[in-house]
Each structure stands twice: as structure tokens, then as C-alpha cells.
Design a protein around this ligand. Structure first.
Ligand code: LLP
Length: 426
């Protein structure tokens, strides 16, 4: 459930009309609902009630500082995948003691910052990373807590580009080598293996792959304990899917409650701290992208609705053939005849198409539309391609709203560029 709905013929975000924000901020912009963020986090957390758990919000889904702080105030930690995300999490107020650091390519300086910040855990994904981390820690006279991210070789049955737990994917360490890696780590001196981590993919709409992967994680924890390792944490990653479709068709993801019941069933009495890294399930439906119709163009075979948002603002349709529900901000008359249109942006690529042959209520020049389910992997993946501004981000809280990130304009971007000395001054 979210808080974007028609009231009196207009789309509202909580108690604020989106048209009011559009007038003040300009389009396109992302709009997030505080009430939805809180609701989603609470539902997810409640679903895991009874487990000794820590929910580390995967901030790659949405790294806006206000979003992270809203979640941190509810007790969330953060799953970060770069030094930059670590800076953001700390700036937003996430305590270092609730930060886990994942990722296949952490550099020496990122590992060093993680050690200096004394974060909760580093999820190591290769033997070389383990060696590097240990040498950096040992040089500082430190021993750092590490979880080994395993690759359970399970097909998450999701889009190819967001599958991470198959042996052919770059992520994690072959789980058959975990004992060997732990033995190697024990001899290093700068690392203390305290956990096992995994993340098998994103937008999972089936619990079975989870069940299989989590079961092998639980078995592995038991095996390592028998081998004498003190394994006290199991990080299950994120990935729970959400519905992107208007009527729930085509994808019927499990509810957080169903997911939680499965987790509790598989974990049983393992006596481990369970770490979870949800991103999309918290933020996806907590945000919309608002855009304005620049032109309507009737081609010989298709009718194009040209928006002022482009693929640079919302990459998902062109990158993953993702479907996002598109709705007019002014509520259409009930039973109005739908038009079949292509919804496109202004970018000079045919790939800049949000939807093909979509049936929508009639739209006209100047109308506002929303893209639903754009709160996760929307603004964070935006680029300035075609020298476009990075879109504004707005947060609503009841009757209040605030711009939580100003648009980053072309002038801002150009201010980072310098002419080489051999070109004329102008
Ligand atoms: N933990 C790790 C280690 C991850 O790599 C990810 C996502 C998550 C947690 C959170 O997964 P979530 O709960 O959000 O599914 N840009 C793509 C999604 C990429 C996901 C990458 N990793 C998209 O727009 O669909």
C-alpha cells in the first residue's frame, strides 16, 4: 500500500497535491512519501518479529539523505556498497555499528575507511579481498569482523541483469570453498570470521530460491561451527520483489509477512543474528517520478506522448525492459476511452521509450503524469546524459513537503570542468 492516490480529482502524495509541488519545483521530479516509507519498513520489520535481527536498508535503492535518515530514525542500519554510500549513510545519521559493507570490488582506501569508521561488518567476496583487508587491519593493530559472502549457486528466477547468486555471476565465494577460506582467514591475523552472507538477486517473486539458498546458508553455519569457527551472524541479503503492474498481474510477489514466515521457518533455532538488506521492498512504492507532457505527436503508425522526463531520469524501462504504471495527475473521467500511445522522453535515442502501445486515458500537452514504483533504483540511477539536469527529489510528510535534493543543473556540472591551458581563454 502506498500514499499516492486521487483526491477530489487530483493525484496527491499524502496530503499534498502533486500539481502544487510541480508548480513550485518544476518537472521532472521524484516525490517520496514518508508515510509509505515508514509503513513499508514497519511491515517488513514486524514480519520478522521474534528473530534476533538487524535490518540494514540497501541504500543503493535510494540514497537520498532524507530517505536514509527517515529509515535510520526507525532503527534501520544500512547496507553500503561503496565508500560513497558509507559517507552518505554516516552523514544521514546511521550509526557505524549498523553499517554492513558489501560489494565485489572494494578498494584498499574503501576498506581502510570502513576499518577507521569501525563499521559493524564487512562482507568479503574473494580471497584477495580477505588478504588485503587483513593486511590493512593488521597494520593498524586491528582485527575486523568479517562475513564471508558465499555464492550458493541458486537461480533466483529474476531478470538476468539482477541475478547474483549463480556460480557464473561475479558475486561471492563458491560455497564449497568456505572451510578453506575460513582456515586461510584464521591464519591471517587481521580478520575475524564471524558470519556468512549471501544475496541471490533482486525483484524475486518466488520464495523457493530463497528457501533453497537460506537452507544452504544455515547448513553451512552449522558445519563451520562444528569445524570450530564461532559463527554468530547470518546475512540473508535483500531482493524481495514488488508489483510494478497496475492490477498486480504478471508479478505477484510474496508479502513481507510470507517472506518473514519462510525466513523464520528456515532459520529455526540456529541462534544467529540475522541481517537483512532490503532495498526495493521498502522504497519502490514509496516514490513516484512526476513529469509533464511536452508534446503529443501523431506518427503514421503510432501516437507519441513526449515527456520532459527521459531515460536519463528513469533508466529501468530501457535497461531492464521494466514496466512502470503511468497515470495522469488529473483523474480521468470514469469509463473514458483509452488511447494506445508510446510514452517517450526527449533523449536522442529510440531506447528512450518508457512504454510502447500503452493504453492510457487521453493526455494533452501540459498534462502531468506519474510513474509509479519509482522510489527504488530511480533517482540513484539517473544521469546527466544529453546535458540534462539531474532531477529534483522531494519528500512529503503529511501536509508538508520539502525539496531534499535540488536539481543538479548543467551549470553545476560544468563548474567541475576546466579548459586545458592550450585552448584559448574566453
Ligand atoms: N544486498 C546486496 C548485496 C545487493 O546487491 C542488493 C541489490 C540488495 C541487497 C538490495 O536488493 P533489493 O532488496 O533492492 O532487491 N537496478 C536494479 C536492481 C539492482 C539490485 C542490485 N543489488 C533495478 O532497478 O531493478
Amino acid at each position: 500500500m502506498d500514499h499516492f492516490e486521487y483526491r477530489g480529482g487530483e493525484m496527491f502524495a499524502e496530503d499534498v497535491a502533486l500539481s502544487t509541488i510541480a508548480e513550485q519545483v518544476g518537472t521532472p521530479f521524484y516525490c517520496y512519501s514518508t508515510a509509505t516509507i515508514k509503513r513499508h519498513f514497519t511491515a517488513y520489520n514486524d514480519a520478522l518479529d521474534g528473530l534476533d535481527r538487524m535490518i540494514c536498508y540497501a541504500m543503493k535503492a535510494n540514497g537520498n539523505l532524507a530517505v536514509i535518515r527517515t529509515l535510520a530514525e526507525l532503527g534501520a542500519g544500512a547496507d553500503v556498497v561503496s565508500g560513497g554510500e558509507m559517507e552518505r549513510a554516516l552523514r544521514a545519521g546511521v550509526p557505524a555499528s549498523r553499517i554492513v559493507f558489501s560489494g565485489v570490488g572494494k578498494t584498499a582506501s574503501e576498506l581502510e575507511r570502513a576499518i577507521d569508521n569501525d563499521i559493524f561488518q564487512i562482507n568479503v567476496e574473494s580471497k584477495q579481498e580477505l588478504d588485503l583487508l587483513s593486511s590493512i587491519a593488521a597494520a593498524k593493530g586491528r582485527v575486523v569482523n568479517v562475513s564471508i559472502r558465499i555464492n550458493p549457486d541458486v537461480d533466483a528466477k529474476t531478470h538476468e541483469k539482477i541475478t547474483t547468486g549463480k556460480s557464473e555471476n561475479k558475486f561471492g565465494i563458491d560455497m564449497n570453498r568456505t572451510s578453506e577460506i575460513c582456515a586461510h582467514a584464521a591464519a591471517l591475523g587481521g580478520v575475524n570470521i564471524i558470519g556468512i552472507a549471501m544475496h541471490i538477486g533482486s525483484q524475486l517473486c518466488d520464495l523457493e530460491p530463497y528457501r533453497i539458498a537460506y537452507k544452504s546458508g544455515v547448513d553451512l553455519v552449522k558445519q563451520l561451527r562444528q569445524e570450530g569457527y564461532d559463527i554468530e551472524r547470518l546475512d540473508l541479503g535483500g531482493g524481495l520483489g514488488i508489483s510494478y503492474f497496475e492490477d498486480g498481474e504478471n508479478s505477484t510477489p510474496p508479502t513481507p509477512f510470507e517472506y518473514g514466515a519462510m525466513v523464520k521457518d528456515v532459520i529455526g533455532d540456529l541462534d544467529c543474528k540475522i541481517i537483512l538488506e532490503p532495498g526495493r521492498v521498502i522504497m519502490g512504492n514509496a516514490g513516484v517520478l512526476v513529469a509533464r507532457v511536452t508534446y503529443i505527436k501523431q506518427g503514421p503508425s503510432r501516437r507519441f506522448v513526449i515527456l520532459d522526463a527521459g531515460m536519463n531520469d528513469l533508466m529501468r524501462p530501457t535497461l531492464y525492459e521494466a514496466h512502470h504504471a503511468i497515470e495522469p495527475v488529473s483523474q480521468p473521467a470514469t469509463g473514458c476511452e483509452l488511447e494506445t500511445v508510446d510514452i517517450v522522453g526527449p533523449i536522442c535515442e529510440s531506447g528512450d521509450t518508457f512504454a510502447k502501445a500503452r493504453k492510457l486515458p487521453p493526455l494533452k500537452q501540459g498534462d502531468l503524469v506519474i510513474f509509479r514504483t519509482a522510489g527504488a533504483y530511480g533517482a540513484v540511477m539517473a544521469s546527466s546524459y544529453n546535458a540534462r539536469a539531474l532531477p529534483a527529489e522531494v519528500m512529503v510528510n503529511g501536509e508538508d513537503f520539502a525539496v531534499t535534493r535540488r536539481p543538479i543543473e548543467v551549470t553545476d556540472l560544468m563548474s567541475f570542468e576546466d579548459m586545458p591551458p592550450w585552448l584559448a581563454e574566453r
